[in-house]
Design a binder for this molecule. Structure first.
Ligand SMILES: [Mg+2]
Length: 244
């Protein structure tokens, strides 16, 4: 049986556009008295880089996104306090980090929409009775909420969410589990995703073929052992494509 597995964020759903605006608004609306909102935004930006750039921390924290955002804001306050801001020091001991994280999180959720061509592709493959799976890393509640809001569950015979399953891409267990639920073999199946390491690398290591969705015209990392079989800028380019 041929099957196609899909990643969710920045493959089916536009999860990245508008993120900076959401952080800026959360800082603007909630900066404590005596602390400049732009200074807070910049400190949060630096804290995000620090927080997510560590692969081990990324893996550990991405299954609780609200908790991660709260830690990021608290880390920003801590840096500002060390740099002499009494207002940041006072804010750090309150619930303000969580309130800013919640404001960001809610605004971001509202912005997420399907990417061009995504629903049409899912509709077409589903209508052609090709078994489809969704394999997504991250927070169980958040991924479920996105699936629900955009009516995606009906397309998929298998949905594997890291926060529920207990392992994430590129772990082979994720792909194996989805394919088993679909009754498909790796060598007859494809993975479609935007992350070179998690989506393309994880799938190719198990013998699936992979479509790399390269929305931002990036260079595929030469350090990875497996190149994608097909590269598109948008799922709209897969009009007419099917697992061969
Ligand atoms: Mg993705």
């Amino acid at each position: 049986m041929r099957a196609v597995l899909f990643d969710l964020d920045d493959t089916i759903l536009n999860y990245s556009d508008g993120v900076e605006d959401c952080w800026a608004a959360a800082c603007r609306d909630h900066a404590p008295d005596g602390l400049d909102a732009e200074e807070l935004r910049q400190a949060v930006y630096a804290a995000r880089r620090w927080f997510w750039d560590d692969p081990e921390r990324h893996r550990r924290e991405r299954t609780d996104m609200l908790g991660a955002y709260t830690k990021i804001v608290a880390a920003a306050f801590a840096v500002l306090e060390r740099n002499g801001s009494a207002a940041a020091g006072a804010a750090r001991s309150t619930e303000l980090s969580r309130r800013i994280a919640q404001a960001f999180n809610a605004a971001r959720f509202e912005l997420v929409v399907p990417l061009p061509g995504a629903l049409a592709l899912l509709e077409r493959l589903h209508a052609a009775k090709i078994p489809l799976g969704l394999v997504t890393n991250g927070d169980a509640a958040q991924q479920r909420a996105k699936i629900e809001r955009h009516g995606l569950a009906r397309f998929f015979g298998a949905v594997v969410i890291e926060g529920e399953f207990g392992a994430g891409k590129p772990d082979a267990a994720v792909f194996e589990h989805a394919l088993k639920e679909l009754g498909a073999k790796p060598e007859h199946s494809w993975m479609v995703g935007d992350n070179p390491e998690f989506d393309v690398g994880g799938a190719r290591a198990l013998g699936l073929r992979a479509v790399w969705v390269n929305r931002f015209a990036r260079i595929f990392p030469g350090t990875l052992p497996h190149a994608p079989d097909k590269v598109v800028k948008s799922l709209a380019e897969l009009d007419g494509w099917g697992p061969g």
